[in-house]
Design a protein. Structure first.
Length: 114
């Protein structure tokens, strides 16, 4: 019998855990980018060379830092038994997430944000 199926009934929590365990959820992605953009807006030094970027927006810089795997952040996720585990963001970024973030950067139009 499959790990996912218990007593003939699909274990929805098990399916969700196996899918989200290895990648960032959309909520975690938004939280990480937003938190880093806020840090940059409040004066934190950027971890990438800003002079080489076409846009100096904190959100844009945060996405570039995330794509370059330069953010020293971790995601805290609950584990069975009541504890938590810290997972580095770099381990959770999938090629699918990279393509999504790259497409956002390519379509960034600064004039629409002003």
């Amino acid at each position: 019998m499959s790990e996912v199926e218990e007593h003939g009934v699909w274990d929805i929590r098990g399916i969700y855990r196996s899918v989200t365990k290895s990648k960032l959820t959309r909520f975690e992605l938004a939280r990480v980018i937003g938190a880093r953009a806020l840090q940059l807006a409040l004066g934190a030094p950027p971890l990438v060379d800003v002079n080489s970027l076409p846009v100096r927006d904190p959100v844009y810089i945060a996405v570039v830092e995330l794509l370059n795997s330069q953010l020293p952040m971790s995601i805290q996720r609950p584990v069975e038994g009541g504890g938590y585990e810290l997972i580095p963001i770099n381990k959770l970024i999938t090629p699918e997430t990279r393509r999504y973030l790259s497409s956002i950067l390519e379509s960034w139009d600064i004039s629409s944000r002003v």
